[in-house]
Design a protein around this ligand. Sequence first.
Ligand code: PLP
Length: 344
Amino acid sequence: MVHAGLRGGEDETPFLPGPTFAAPYHLRGDPAARTYGYGRYANPTWSAYEQALGELEEGDVLTFASGMAAVSAALLPALTAGDVLVLPHDGYPGVRNLARGPLASAGVERREIPSTLEAFLAALPGATGVWVETPTNPRLDVIDVARIVEAAREHGAWVAVDNTLATPLRQRPLALGADLSVASASKHLTGHSDLVLGYVATRDPDRLAALTRWRGDTGGIPGPMETWLAHRSLATLDVRLGRQEENAAAIAAALRGRDDVLEVLTGGTLVSFTVESAARAEALLGACELVAEATSFGGVHTSAERRGRWNTDDVADGFIRLSAGIEDAADLVADLAAALDATA
Ligand SMILES: *Cc1c(COP(=O)(O)O)cnc(C)c1O
């Protein structure tokens, strides 16, 4: 994490060179053998971050303007009329929106299934591609990627894994056999709730070439400043995740000890729990001082929200997803306990 993409620095250069801002670069004569000609196609700040992520994902990486730009690059050019995409009916809603919108318009059939190994295996016959998100969101189950890949191969289907939640520190989909590892860097990977970014990783040179063409043609490129901040944030990923996971475990243990909390699920830095009603959930979040009410997850500041407010997840009205930050565990537990007591 600390050294990714940064080995072999020259004397008198920074550990992490600053962002390069460029539209055109100076480029004389024949451009064929050159990398940096125009800023929509290549940028040295992307190159350094992509090198770093490639070391972690164990593949080649392309960064994109957002997680959804990366998801779009993975799915839209890879599927044509008559193809069949298998995807979970929970998980990140943006993926379903692509399947139900532009992919459906293009004649791509979709099979939306529950996020279980059995459902994936049953949906494989006739599939062109498979989209897996694990741990699942919002219920935080873990799915066996290697098993899905093995079965998908028998049916000639490719497999893409959304690695946003786990990050390459906890899960390496390409090493498990997946064709693509796709992630939003807006969450754990950068962890400071200050930027939106995404990437796709692959070991297949043809897929890499297709993704590179797609990014150049559609222009969903990351800004150099965001990319540089993302690379800077990578150094602390291990420390942040370790502390966030410890805090999540402490919060989950405290919530399990209360009889006014109905169900507690944990996965890494996330704790999903249910209280009896939407009103109690809203009141509880309003009464917290340290736990910010906000969507998303993975940041150093603890945050939580009632998922039902988006009408996108199939969850109970009082279902709250909490993302543990790096504050003091005892402070967080005390804040939640006080808010639960105040709203009982
Ligand atoms: C946030 C998220 C995305 C989309 O990423 P953005 O950076 O917000 O575009 C995709 N998948 C998962 C699992 C996410 O949590």
